[in-house]
Design a protein. Structure first.
Length: 240
């Protein structure tokens, strides 16, 4: 993966803490879902916002490793978290950890769930099937037997604008490319001036296709309650 959020990194916290995600709610739900497991891997740790809330609310023996491929985001995460978490510059397609974690999770990171009007879809910032399968197999290998993968569920991306502190505006535009493929453009504006622009492709799979993709990546879908904040999967033997 390329360093896909480098340009937006310096504005990232401002966007995400202006109502984009409810990190407190995600952290509380995640702690309930891990059921006492303490060795966690965050996929796409970003600037450490989700990890910070998790560590604040979790038990003292919680051990979190966060990976991200954007060094400018990791620099902010290191400043935020200090030595409270292990932070690693790592591409999911080259993940080399093995049997190290009880749980892997993503809050708006590489993979995520999308739920609208009771319909679930799997979202990914990797757009090719084989890249997703390879990345998922790497995650499955990093989990101990029976380990969990928890993907935060959000509403689908849609065009909108939001006023930010300091006279800035955040705007996002979505282009559909067909076959579940999309491009999302992020903008930070001051008046008519574009201060930062980032383009990020993503892909959505309907639930049945998502189940097959996850199985090939080494994960079995677990029961999921509509409206839940995390979609759970259990590491299993990959399908051919």
């Amino acid at each position: 993966m390329t360093d896909s959020y480098a340009e937006l990194a310096r504005h990232y916290d401002l966007i995400m803490t202006s109502g984009y995600y409810d990190y407190e709610a995600y952290a509380r739900s995640l702690l309930e879902s891990v059921e006492g497991r303490t060795d966690l891997l965050e996929l796409g740790v970003g600037t450490g916002l989700a990890c910070e809330r998790l560590l604040d609310l979790g038990p003292d023996d919680l051990c979190v490793t966060g990976i991200d491929h954007t060094e400018s985001m990791l620099a902010q995460a290191r400043a935020r978290l200090g030595g409270r978490a292990r932070l690693v510059g790592q591409d999911i397609l080259d993940l080399s950890e093995r049997d190290a974690f009880d749980v892997a999770y993503s809050v708006g990171g590489i993979w995520y769930g999308v739920e609208d009007e009771g319909r679930f879809r799997l979202g990914s910032h990797l757009v090719e099937d084989e890249d997703n399968i390879g990345g998922l197999r790497n995650v499955a290998a990093a989990l101990r037997p029976g380990g969990l993968l928890l993907l935060a569920v959000q509403r689908t991306h849609h065009p909108y604008r939001r006023t930010l502190p300091g006279g800035l505006v955040y705007a996002q535009e979505i282009q559909e490319k067909g076959e579940g493929r999309f491009v999302k453009d992020y903008f930070i504006l001051r008046g008519d001036t574009v201060l930062a622009h980032q383009r990020s492709p993503f892909r959505l799979w309907p639930e049945e296709d998502a189940g097959r993709l996850m199985a090939r990546g080494g994960f079995r879908a677990e029961p999921f309650e509509a409206g839940g904040r995390f979609r759970p999967y259990t590491a299993s033997r990959p399908d051919a």
